[in-house]
Design a protein around this ligand. Structure first.
Ligand SMILES: Cc1ncc(COP(=O)(O)O)c(C=O)c1O
Length: 411
């Protein structure tokens, strides 16, 4: 029996991602078939990022991309201001410290909005080189004002680094308009692509900074330059030589063989992106707005306390709720899983909360309505009094305001 996957990743795989990943591998990456896949995938991904900057697809999950970006750009001792809005802000701080950066932390209480005046004060007082923020903090269900933070970065000439791992494919991300220099994405969240492949957009300012490094980077596979060589030289130049013939291209590598991408996962990402653009990005973002609103209305009427309440800060792709006193998140998820076959994401900020992901495919009534029914019944199982049927009615009302296209997310 199938499960209803309301997790925050690995989310459902899109129908085309599944289909494309089922293909037999017949040609190595330096043959035209793969080159075309890569070109088309990068093009679609840039559209999702709203960027003209370089975009690299890299092996590894979102964390790899984040470490790659920070490790390649900054040298030990450099000052970075990290806005810590939850566990993924915390992770960024840990990575920065592992690399040896001088990390200044602005810790925001879970679910609370960022105080922009405080950020400006910290910039003025501590004079960092860079500001780092998580756009959609998946552990608290909070979306941050990246546009306004981008303006601050321009005012104080800071590099702007954004973790948008759980944003792409569900939330609007405007990399160039918001002035983002490094932006990280990952396939397995709202994009509905496979886990194990991530993306990074890199502004000319970042490449310039990397070129001027005083110390040589002490990693091969986590170096953005290695990945640039892989895409621009190994894949592209080799492809051109294959078409034209003549002398094979000469490569200026740090090692005789460097890195490569898993072609099956690139196909998966390509398929997922094709599904996104077939639906239409605008429609998809709107669909997530309606889905998020429906979930919030339902959990409110079930009497569950949301971690993020501020209207300007709530995320439409993940809703995090505190469970009634005495119910542990593990026990609650077990009932949801075993009795109702609904998969929720674990609570990351303690043992009293669970997360409901509405990411890509799952941002639709077909998945949300049975989840609400299961939440209601699971609460009753734990002895909580609820107004039966009210949460479903609230969600139904909200869903009736939007036309869901069944053909796109009905596989
Ligand atoms: C906002 C955010 N950043 C970073 C990560 C880490 O990504 P990964 O688990 O793909 O390494 C996640 C994953 O949940 C995330 O939601």
């Amino acid at each position: 029996m199938d499960y209803i996957n309301m997790s925050c990743g690995q989310t459902y795989l899109s129908p085309r991602a599944l289909k494309y990943m089922g293909r037999q591998t017949q040609q190595a990456i330096y043959y035209p078939y793969y080159y075309e896949t890569e070109e088309q995938t990068v093009k679609m991904m840039k559209k999702l990022y709203n960027t003209k900057n370089d975009l690299l697809i890299v092996t590894g999950t979102g964390t790899f991309a984040i470490e790659m970006g920070l490790r390649s750009t900054f040298e030990p001792g450099e000052k970075i201001l990290v806005i810590n809005t939850g566990i993924f802000g915390e992770v960024a701080k840990c990575i920065a410290e592992i690399i040896g950066l001088d990390c200044i932390e602005y810790k925001v209480d879970y679910g609370e909005p960022i105080d922009l005046e405080k950020v400006e004060e910290l910039i003025k007082n501590s004079k960092p080189n860079c500001l780092y923020v998580v756009h959609d903090e998946t552990t608290t269900g909070a979306e941050q004002p990246v546009d306004e933070l981008g303006l601050l970065c321009r005012k104080y000439d800071l590099l702007f680094v954004v973790d948008a791992v759980s944003s792409f494919g569900g939330l609007d991300v405007r990399t160039d308009e918001w002035g983002i220099d490094l932006c990280f994405g990952s396939a397995q969240k709202c994009i509905n692509g496979p886990q194990g492949i991530a993306t990074i957009s890199i502004s000319p300012k970042i490449w310039d900074k990397i070129k001027k490094r005083k110390t040589e980077i002490d990693t091969l596979s986590l170096d953005l330059e290695t990945w640039r060589r892989y895409h621009d030289v190994k894949v592209k130049k080799y492809h051109e030589w294959w078409k034209k013939g003549g002398d094979p291209p000469k490569f200026d590598y740090r090692a005789p063989h460097e890195v490569s991408l898993p072609a099956t996962l690139v196909w998966g990402l390509q398929g997922a992106l094709e599904d996104i653009f077939e639906e239409g990005l605008e429609n998809r973002i709107q669909r997530h707005k309606v889905a998020g609103k429906a979930v919030r209305a339902a959990v409110d009427s079930l009497g569950l306390e949301r971690v993020t309440k501020d209207e300007k800060t709530i995320s439409d792709v993940v809703t995090v709720v505190r469970l009634p006193k005495g119910i542990k998140e593990r026990d609650f998820r077990e009932v949801m899983l075993k009795k109702y076959r609904v998969v929720l994401a674990n609570g990351e900020i303690g043992d009293d909360n669970v997360r409901i992901g509405t990411m890509g495919i799952s941002a639709a009534p077909k998945y949300i309505l049975p989840t609400i029914a299961a939440l209601e019944n699971a609460l009753v199982h734990f002895g909580v009094k609820v107004k039966k049927g009210e949460a479903l009615n609230r969600a139904h009302e909200i869903f009736s305001t939007f036309e869901f296209k069944p053909e796109v997310h009905n596989e």
